[in-house]
Write a protein that binds this ligand. Structure first.
Ligand code: 0FX
Length: 242
């Protein structure tokens, strides 16, 4: 069998490559692609390093490309899968969120704020974002002292664990699915960007302020900021310890 793996995330890419070294996957051909350099790719992805060397733009790839593969596996692929693909091939997404809650961008950021469950969902893809019959979902804990970074690391560990457990059935198609009771909610990148700008005059509780700052704190990124009286842009993050 031939599998098309599309990934724009260094960590999951590296770990997945290790996982498929196991002898049981020797007869499966895995072709790896990322979105960098493709028409629909995001230049910022380059900074992540160690992504697949080849890129693909699914919106332009066409039927002939789709037909080469028995399965499409999205491991944090930043492109939307076109209808022509999800309706003609089995497409499976590994999503760093607990569907149907906080589908879309950076689920743990929004989960810290709205207290909805967060974790990992592996699901068959349909035409909507992070949507489709669920193969497996597993929750991870969020503690009062966690930042977005802490929760995200827990999610990534869970993603690797679930891939180890489920890859054999993802390949064979020998699994049951279920459709969640509700559509849940969805967040876009713009929703995250809006959260980043802090309004110094807004009145909120300490609980809300701490939650907002820890939801914005992620090692390696400057997210939350405010403008001071002299119009300096000042970034802010928090450190919490138990
Ligand atoms: O690959 P990924 O972890 O996931 C994102 C979406 O959240 C996910 O729903 C979608 N299925 C996937 C294709 O893309 O995103 P990332 O590697 O860009 O960012 C990882 C974390 O880093 C994010 O959860 C929060 C943090 N981050 C990222 C950026 C770019 C920040 O805190 N600030 C930022 O500016």
């Amino acid at each position: 069998m031939r599998v098309c793996v599309i990934t724009d995330n260094r960590m999951i890419h590296e770990n997945f490559r290790k996982l498929i070294q196991a002898p049981r996957y020797q007869d499966t051909v895995f072709d790896f692609f990322c979105s960098v350099n493709s028409q629909c790719g995001n230049e910022n992805l380059r900074q992540q390093g160690n992504l697949p060397a080849r890129s693909v733009c699914l919106a332009e790839a066409g039927e002939a490309f789709f037909r080469q593969y028995d399965l499409f596996l999205s491991l944090h692929c930043k492109q939307m899968f076109p209808a022509a693909l999800v309706n003609s091939r089995r497409c499976v997404n590994v999503h760093p969120g607990y569907n149907p809650y906080n589908r879309g961008w950076y689920p743990q950021v929004f989960a810290i704020l709205n207290k909805l469950p967060v974790g990992v969902t592996i699901h068959e893809m349909d035409e909507k974002l992070d949507h489709g019959p669920v193969i497996v979902r597993r929750e991870v804990a969020v503690h009062s002292w966690d930042t977005s970074y802490d929760v995200y690391n827990r999610i990534q560990q869970m993603e690797i664990q679930l891939l180890e457990e489920y890859l054999p059935v993802l390949l064979s198609g020998d699994y049951q699915t279920f459709v969640p009771d509700t559509q849940g909610n969805m967040n876009r990148e713009q929703d995250f960007q809006k959260l980043c700008r802090l309004d110094l005059n807004r009145q909120i509780t300490w609980r809300e302020a701490i939650d907002l700052l820890r939801a914005m704190t992620f090692d390696g990124y400057q997210n939350a900021y405010f403008y001071d009286e002299e119009n300096n842009k000042v970034y802010i993050e928090v450190h919490l310890s138990r």
